[in-house]
Design a binder for this molecule. Sequence first.
Ligand code: G6P
Length: 478
Amino acid sequence: MTAPGRAPLLVASNRGPLTVVAVEDGDDEVRRGGGGLVSGMQAALSATPEAVWVCAALNERERALARQAPNGRVSELPLVADALHGDFDVRMLPIDAQTFRNAYNGVANSTLWFVLHQLYDLPTSPSFDAAWRRQWASYVRYNRAFAEALAAEAAPDAAVMVQDYHLFLVPRMLRELRADVRIGHFTHTPWVTPEYFTTLPDDIAAAVVDGMLGADVIGFHTERWASLFRDTAQAVTGATASGVRVFPLGTDADEMHKLAGRRSVDSELRVLHDVVGDRSVIGRVDRTELSKNVWRGLLAYRELLRTRPEWHGRVVHAVYNNPSREDLPAYREYTARIERLAQEIDDEFGTEDWTPLLFDIGDDYPAALAILRRSDVVFVNSVRDGMNLVVLEGLVLSERNPAVVLSRETGAAEVLGDDAFTVNPFDVGATAAALHEALLLPPDERAERADRMRTAAVRLPPIPWFEAQLEALGPKSR
Ligand code: G6P
C-alpha cells in the first residue's frame, strides 16, 4: 500500500492540459491545451482545492522540465504557472523516451487505436511477435508509472478519473496500490465486438479488460460502445462487468462562440468568402487521422460531381486537416494519399472561376473555425468514432443552419438521431447521394433539423459531463 497524498480529485491522461514547444530563439514556450474537454476538466479541477492532473511528458523538452520540477509538479515552475489556466497542480511524468515511444506509438496509437477503430487490413495485420511483446512491456511500465504517481498523490478516498486507451491498465494497478480510492475510467473511443477485440492475443485482451474492471465506474460515450464492452468483458473474462455507464460528451456553445468569434477567425472567414462567394459549402475539419475517412469522403465528393453535374460551379468542399501522429508511417502515407486525391479532384473539375475543393493541412485553428462558421453541410464520415465533437461544434458554429451528413459509426449519430443524414462510411455512392440530398434540403426543414440537433449537441457540455461521472462514483465514505 502506498501512503496517501493530499489530492481529493485527480485526472490522469496521456496528453495533459499544457504542451511545451521550442520557439525560435531556443527557449521553451508553454502553451495551454486547447479544446472543450481540457477546459471542462480544468474548470472541475479548479473548483477543488489541491486537485492534481497527472499526464505524460510528450517530448524531450517536457521531460527536461518534468525532471527539474519538484515531484514532477511542473505547475510549480514559474514558466508553467503563468501559462496555466486554473487553480490546480499538474504532475508531468518524465517517462523515458523509449518506453514512452513504445507505449504511445507502438501500443496505444497502433495496436489499441487500430483495434478499437477497426482499421486493420486483416490479410496482413496485425501480427503479434516478440518485438511487439517488448512494446507491450513498455505499455505496462508506462501504465505503472501513472498508477504509482496517482497512488502517491491521492488523498484518502480521493476520486481518480482516468482517461482513455493509453491508460487501460491503470485502474487495476491503482486499485492494488490504494484500495480506498474511487476510480473512474472513461474511454473516448468506440468499443468493438468480442470477435474483433480478440484479434489481440488472449492474455493481452484479458489484461486490458481486467485493467479496466479495476475501476468503479467505466464510462463510454454511447450505449452502443458500453454494451459492446459488456459483451467483450463477458467473452474474455467470463465476468459480468458492473459499473459500465454512458456519458455522452457534448460541446460548450459559449466556449465555442468565444473561440470562433475572435478577430483572427473573422478575417479567415472573409478570405473564405472571397473564394466561395454564395456557393454552397460542404465543410469538414479533422485530424489527419485514418479513422476519419477523409479518403472516402473525397471519393464521395468526386462521385457527387461526376454523377450530378448540376452542382458544377455551385458547390465548394472545404476540407481542413490538422496534422496528427506524424511519427507513424501509416499516418504519413495516408496523408500523402489524400493529398494526391485532392489534387486529382481539383485537376478533374477545377475551372478558371470555380475551385471545387479547398484542401488544407495545417495548424491554423482560426481557418478551421471559419470553415465551420461558413458550412451549409457539415460532413463527417468516420470509419468509426467514439463521439466526434467536430460535428457538434459545427452545428453550434455554422451561421447557416447546416445540414449534417454523418457516419452511422460515430457516437454522434446516436446523439443527433434522424435529423442528420446518416451514412455507411464505406458506401461512397450512398455518401454522395446523402451529400446531394443535404444540399437540396429546403431552408425551412434545414432550420428545424439544425435547431433540434443543436439542442442535442449541447445537452452535456464538458463540465456537467465530468460532474455526472464524479456523481456516479458516489460520495466519499468518510
Ligand atoms: C483522440 C483520443 C485522445 C487523444 C486525441 C488526439 O481523441 O481519444 O485521447 O488525445 O485523439 O490524439 P493525440 O495522439 O494527438 O493525443
